[in-house]
Write a protein that binds this ligand. Structure first.
Ligand code: ACM
Length: 538
């Protein structure tokens, strides 16, 4: 069956025993109340792949229903020679059960038109399954390189196929602003594109001379949110502040530190790296971003809203009379206190609107806002501190699950940056460090793989960096693997991956082959920045 991610429990009829359930033109499909989305999805994907109509029936061959005794994402799948039954705790669980059913039909079930009309068979089995973590996320950076909506929808399908349930969308950065804000049109008119891009790591000193840009209208994003929700996925938007904001400052120069730099001369940034041009902390700037967030909340219904908070250099605030006056007026200790105060402002603002702030672990510096959740990226330490203080934590340490980082030590890796993270390395990633006691460990609501896009300018590049490693990550996030990475059965995972590659081939995923990149996946001569040796154990 080679399921990925591995379910909690599988019971299979002995080989040669039960004949399996054959699907044919007489096969029917129906879902009971609460499973409508999963039913519609299953009819659409299986209908496309098999050519079968799968009409509704009172006693269907493929049936879905809810059972309130199960947790919302939990499901059971039972197949005998007559019928298959998916029973789930909620709509998302019904979708995960439907995804498992598709896996059981074989790689051709991932195609969008039938290669054949016969021979569709489900093995007789009983599966009991539920996720380890409620937050199984992937960050996609659509700011450094814009990803067209059609590619984004395809990426949602790939997440759903791996039972990942959070798409963290990094919508704004120094190099581009991708979210339409109706009251501030210059954010996308000016901030939505740049004149050229750096090619590779900055030491290579290479640039193209090609304008790059694009943005999503609010309706585009409503479509994305609805498409994701149909598949059990929540889209968590990120508006990064107070750093990573040069595109916004280029559009509205009054947002920057105008007493330190001539912000009217700033364009959208055309380099990669950490940028000194950050927001000022005035009341007007806070009000401006409240306006942005008001529109954001109308588009994204997620409980969590990510406000970044990472990599905000403080030198402009140190040099700015306005910032120094603000620090004194507010009775703050220093520039870290000022950032913490800004994040705290939005923590209260979001809380008052029934939402919750999540930010990168730098939001711990200067004091963590009362309700904030932390995405721990610089290692485990920020997440450990936040969990011990009783805050929700998403573990996404760059040493382990930054999927923009290189996949091998070999010379052929395209634009090799960061730590070497092979498929096996990601399979051995454990989100909950053993230093946390049981209570604090319970604050780790999940884990996330982050896919930054400085060195991935289209969906094929993203596929290469995401796969196959996202399959290993999905199993880490979903399956009940031993917490001791050394006790995990890597050989069994690698064996199941052989079937999984055939599924990815059927979908058309441009993954990194196990033996190394295809010639056309290499980027000879484009500088990277590989970090030496194994990642520090942090
Ligand atoms: C980050 O990688 N700057 C969150």
């Amino acid at each position: 069956m080679d399921l990925i991610p591995a379910p909690i429990a599988v019971r299979r009829a002995a080989p040669g025993g039960a004949p399996g359930l054959s699907l044919d033109p007489a096969s029917t499909l129906a879902g009971a109340a609460g499973t409508e989305d999963a039913e519609r999805w299953l009819r659409s994907v299986l209908g496309a792949a098999t050519g079968l109509a799968l009409p509704r029936a009172a006693d269907p061959v493929l049936g879905l229903r809810l059972d309130p005794a199960l947790a919302p994402e939990e499901y059971r799948l039972a197949v005998d020679a007559e019928r298959a039954r998916i029973t789930a705790g909620g709509p998302a669980g019904a979708h995960w059960g439907a995804q498992t059913l598709r896996q059981l039909l074989g790689p051709d079930a991932y195609r969008r038109a039938p290669l054949r009309r016969t021979g569709w068979q489900l093995p007789v089995c009983e599966i009991a399954d539920a996720p380890r973590f409620g937050w199984r996320g992937v960050l996609l950076d659509v700011a450094r390189h814009f990803l067209p909506l059609a590619d984004l929808l395809r990426f949602v399908d790939l997440l759903a196929a791996h039972k990942l349930n959070v798409l963290h969308l990094h919508l704004t950065d120094d190099q581009g602003w991708r979210f339409e804000v109706r009251r501030y049109p210059r954010l996308t008119e000016v901030g939505g594109w740049r004149e050229r891009s750096m090619v590779g790591y900055r030491t290579g000193n290479r640039r193209d001379d090609r304008p790059h840009g694009g943005y999503y209208t609010q309706d585009d994003l409503r479509e994305l949110v609805a498409y994701a929700a149909d598949r059990g996925i929540t889209v968590v938007p990120e508006i990064d502040l107070p750093g990573h904001t040069q595109a916004a400052i280029a559009a509205y120069p009054e947002l920057g530190n105008t007493d330190v730099v001539d912000t009217r001369a700033l364009g959208v940034w055309t380099d990669w790296g950490v940028n000194p041009n950050v927001l000022n902390a005035s009341e007007a700037t806070l009000a401006f971003f409240e306006g942005v967030l008001e529109e954001l909340l109308e588009v994204f219904p997620s409980e969590y809203v990510h406000l970044g908070g990472d990599e905000c250099p403080k030198e402009q605030w140190r040099a700015s009379q306005a910032a120094q006056t603000r620090i004194k007026e507010l009775g703050l200790a220093d520039e870290d206190g000022l950032q913490s105060w800004m994040i705290g402002h939005f923590d209260s603002w979001l809380t008052a609107r029934g939402r919750r702030l999540i930010g990168w672990d730098e939001i711990l510096e200067g004091g963590l806002a009362p309700r904030a959740a932390v995405a721990s990226w610089r290692g485990y330490a920020g997440g450990v501190a936040a969990a011990r203080a009783g805050h929700p934590v998403v573990m996404c340490p760059e040493q382990h699950v930054y999927l923009d980082h290189r996949q091998s030590d070999g010379p052929d890796e395209p634009v090799p940056i960061g730590f070497r993270r092979s498929l096996a390395d990601v399979y051995r990633f454990e989100p909950v460090p053993s230093s946390l006691d049981e209570v604090s460990a319970g604050q780790v609501i999940g884990t996330q793989a982050n896919l930054w896009s400085e060195f991935a300018d289209d969906s094929r590049d993203l596929d290469y960096r995401a796969f196959p490693r996202l399959a290993a990550f999905a199993e880490v996030a979903w399956s009940p693997l031993p917490r001791d990475p050394a006790a995990r059965d890597l050989a069994d995972f690698e064996r199941r991956m052989r079937t999984h590659y055939a599924r990815l081939d059927a979908i058309g995923v441009a993954y990194r082959p196990p033996a190394g990149p295809h010639p056309w996946q290499r980027r000879p001569g484009v500088a990277g920045r590989p970090l030496p040796g194994p990642p520090p154990q942090v």
